[in-house]
Design a protein around this ligand. Structure first.
Ligand code: 2RA
Length: 340
């Protein structure tokens, strides 16, 4: 496969190469792609140095697949240009997620929707991916009526600038006069402000959970409210999810459905203090679910605690899994060339 990684020098880009290598994705040609200021830099992949190239050159090379993690404006401008030459784009930004003509995919949930017409495919937001992977089998079994979500999101979700702010504050430096991504210190703090505020007093991050969840589960009737909080944690995003179902359920059946879902690991052994934590999820591809218990305050209510590495299953791993599905189903590469 000829693979372009767009945003190759970013935090997710670096994890993308790690995941491609770990998943043994069959790469014949690798094109690290970045903005003009990074062109010419070297990326080492599996012991070989590759030179970072610009977007125009990358399009001309007609990769089979281009995995983007380069921000919404770059995706909006360049994903169509790759698609025009027959490249399939898997995009990590929010640019295409709510476009009604584009698929929003968590492979274990809805990869089956993909076909050869899909040349731009959207990777959901990290906090959406880990949650819908756990909720999909429960929605199918019991029908979700309402979700109340609180997220505790790693600062790595905001990329290198946030890591630099955290590390500086951890060294005891005052970052107030720097071009820091957060309005306040993140070290030893929690900030209830992920992305920008909207007119309804929610943040874009909170509304992503609302809209993307409904699109992936294919059910606009689900009532959803969310609070997204930035926390000084390295290893991943954590989420407290309260679910109200239409139908009765048993906790045992919930646990059974989660345990048999590919990509989910149930960590729920209170006697041994076993529950999901970013400490345990860091560098892993799975989504970890625990603290599974009935919400006794309402009929058909359930509480879950869901944790995943936001740079992996929340971004790079999900995107590589989409690319792997496309390859295994002849939707990219030589097989696709015949059918495209
Ligand atoms: C965040 N989900 O955590 C957003 C983007 N990665 O900042």
């Amino acid at each position: 496969m000829k693979v372009a990684v767009v945003g190759a020098t970013g935090l997710v880009g670096g994890v993308m190469f790690q995941v491609l290598k770990e998943h043994k994705f069959p790469i014949t040609e690798l094109y690290p792609v970045a903005s003009a200021r990074s062109v010419g830099k070297k990326i080492n992949y599996e012991g070989k140095d590759y030179t970072v190239i610009g977007l125009e050159d990358a399009v001309a090379l007609r990769p089979d697949v281009a995995i983007f993690s380069a921000g919404g404006s770059t995706s909006l401008e360049w994903a169509p240009k790759f698609a025009e030459v027959g490249t399939v784009v898997v995009d990590n930004s929010s640019a295409w997620r709510m476009d009604p003509t584009k698929k929003l995919v968590v492979p274990e949930v809805n990869a089956g929707e993909l076909n050869k017409e899909d040349l731009i495919i959207a990777n959901p937001n990290c906090s959406t991916i880990q949650m819908v992977l756990a909720l999909a089998p429960l929605h199918k079994a019991f029908g979700i009526k309402r979700l109340v979500i609180s997220t505790y999101q790693s600062f790595t979700g905001t990329g290198v600038p946030a890591v630099n702010q955290y590390e500086a504050e951890k060294r005891g430096e005052d970052t107030s006069d720097t071009d820091r991504p957060y309005h306040y210190p993140i070290f030893e703090n929690c900030i209830p402000h992920c992305d920008v505020f909207l007119d309804n007093a929610y943040t874009k991050e909170e509304m992503k959970l609302v809209h993307e969840t409904r699109k992936i589960l294919g059910d606009d009737s689900i009532a959803i409210t969310a609070t997204a909080v930035r926390v000084p944690v390295h290893g991943g995003h954590s989420e407290s999810v309260n679910v109200e179902f239409h139908k009765p359920f048993t906790v045992e059946k919930v646990r059974e459905l989660l345990a048999e879902t590919p990509g989910i690991i149930v960590q729920d052994d209170l006697k041994n203090n076993l529950y999901p934590m970013p400490l345990l999820a860091k560098h892993k591809d799975e989504v970890f679910v625990g603290r599974i218990r009935r919400d006794e305050s309402i009929e058909n209510g359930l509480n879950l605690w869901i944790v995943a590495d936001n740079l992996r299953k929340g971004a790079a791993t999900n995107a590589v899994q989409i690319a792997t599905y496309l390859m295994e189903h002849g939707l990219i590469g030589e097989a696709a060339t015949v059918s495209h």
